[in-house]
Write a protein that binds this ligand. Sequence first.
Ligand code: NAD
Ligand code: DAU
Length: 345
Amino acid sequence: MRNFSKVLVTGGCGFIGSNFIRYILDATDWHIINLDALTYAGNPENLSDIADNPRYQFIKGRIEDPEVVYPLMKNVDLVVNFAAESHVDRSIHSAIPFIRTNVEGTQVLLDGARLGKKVKLFVHVSTDEVYGSLKKDDPPFNEENPLKPNSPYSASKASSDMLVRACFKTHDFPCIITRCSNNYGPYQFPEKLIPLMILNALEEKPLPIYGDGLNIRDWIYVLDHCAGILAVIEKGKIGSIYNLGGECEKTNLEVVKTILNILGKDESLIQFVKDRPGHDRRYAMDISLAKKELGWAPKMSFKKGIEYTIDWYIKNKSWWQRIRSGEYLKFYEKHYNMLGLKKED
Ligand code: NAD
Ligand code: DAU
């Protein structure tokens, strides 16, 4: 089993990155440097409970800035790259920030890690969306599936995966790629389906469902994803790709009705709106390689995970109220217009 002493985590103030930092502070004795640009999705409050931990250091900066990245690489032996523009709808509005961060940023990290000569492993956190879309009866994606991304977001993630692969093949630099399905849990920014629906339901606002609501996603609780990444770090084969997923396929309508049911809210809050352009119909992951080689499997049931998540949002009202009253709202209003709804709808 591999061990490390100092880890560079990028994007650690976002949803999965902040859960991961808390998780590995607990599970290991590693020191962590968190490099995050604090975009609209990056929130230092996500880590306020561990900010004073002597094994944790925060640095504000962009992964595509070599002046920030290169010096850091001389001082760490592991890199875990979460930093990304992560929201599909935003990539439809404006793709360039996705290219800068997800593509250029990944290459700067790879160059810095390789040239710094101290990094022993580079783990790149990617997504099932790089494989494209499945039909109802297709088998789940496995690691051999071709990459057929359909949104600017997934195209930028597929590009970054290719750059990681090229770095391994060309320079023999130790890299591993993880591809995970849809995460949910505490600290997820309320533009994504599950937190958006929980908060709109709590505030009795309409719940906008794109198209017919029958698109399928595979849902994984965020700490199961974090455990999968740690298993990859400790045991993953260099140069490999590992699919991670929750083995929990659900239509969006099922997810939203479950949330309404737990909150005791009426289904009349559901509002069908114009479909997302290029909307992928179904994602599903074959995770047998990760099970076999890493001994990892997701543990949290959707029932328990969603109940816990809803409870977290109820108990952390000030966290999301600050977000919903600020910059996010401006985007949401614009987005709402794009979907053919008026603000007052
Ligand atoms: P997020 O949007 O919540 O967080 C992204 C973080 O990256 C933020 O803290 C942001 O400030 C930071 N960041 C953005 N651009 C940066 C830059 N140029 N330099 C430094 N920091 C920057 O995203 P998330 O949902 O936590 O996703 C994290 C990673 O996991 C992403 O790479 C995403 O593609 C991948 N992923 C996400 C999911 C999911 O369901 N959310 C599933 C599979 C894979
Ligand atoms: O599959 C992994 C991916 O999951 C990650 O790589 C992405 O970073 C993450 O954002 C997520 O992408 P999705 O597009 O699947 O997630 P999102 O929460 O935006 O949407 C989930 C589904 O819900 C999708 O079919 C679109 C639908 N949806 C979403 C929103 C925000 C709605 O119907 N209404 C909405 O308002």
